[in-house]
Design a protein around this ligand. Structure first.
Ligand code: HEC
Length: 189
């Protein structure tokens, strides 16, 4: 009897683990909720802090509150990028999430729907085809985030500038390969 109860409990536990365990966040959720706002914070604060020549940042133009925001944004980028870099299997989207550009065909109903599926699957296929490169790209972003985290307490504007002026490339370095933003949408059948 005890054995049976144990087995039932065990089975329930396994089900619970499978069903409600902490899930790796999707790429889409990471991009829209973490990467985009985090990068925006860094770009907003640094773009107000350019020096007269425009080739660096002026420490006096970044307040303590700004640094606190930068540190937190850097940490968020770092932490989430690392989650993506170390995930067993990265998922592009979950149910109910749409990839930007999926509506690009502008067509309601059938055509739009076709290209929706192609697009989310397309991104997933690109990730699955080269997960090691995806992880590598994510690690480069994690490093950039970490540099900002470390720059904050040191008020290191040079390190901050090195990240802010290059962040675009860090993002695009992954997007080109795994989002295929250079590719036009597939022609609807
Ligand atoms: C390791 C790879 C990787 C890195 C690094 C990366 N992205 Fe992305 N991003 C993707 C992929 C794949 C997509 C396409 C899937 C999607 O749109 O959800 C995407 C899509 C996006 C989107 C569109 C989301 C939508 O609504 O569909 C935004 C915005 C975005 N990324 C912002 C950023 C920013 C800002 C950075 C840099 C700070 C960044 N990403 C870095 C992989 C990455």
């Amino acid at each position: 009897m005890l054995k049976r109860v144990g087995a039932i409990l065990l089975a329930t536990g396994v089900l619970l683990l499978a069903g409600c365990g902490p899930k790796t966040p999707t790429v889409n959720e990471s991009m829209t909720k973490v990467m985009a706002p985090g990068a925006q914070t860094i770009w907003d604060i640094t773009s107000k802090a350019f020096n007269a020549k425009g080739d660096g940042l002026e420490a006096s133009k970044i307040s303590a509150a700004d640094w606190a925001q930068l540190e937190s944004a850097g940490r968020q980028l770092h932490d989430r990028a690392l989650v993506l870099a170390t995930a067993k299997h990265v998922k592009a989207t979950a149910k109910g999430e749409t990839i930007m550009g999926e509506e690009a065909s502008g067509a309601p109903s059938k055509i739009g729907h076709d290209w929706d599926a192609a697009s989310a699957q397309g991104v997933q296929a690109m990730i699955d085809a080269d997960p090691a490169l995806f992880a590598k790209r994510a690690r480069i972003l994690a490093e950039a985030g970490d540099t900002v985290v470390k720059a904050a307490p040191a008020r290191d504007v040079r390190a901050l500038y090195s990240v802010s002026s290059n962040l675009d490339e860090v993002c695009d370095g992954c997007h080109q390969k795994f989002w295929g933003t250079d590719e036009p949408p597939p022609f609807p059948k």
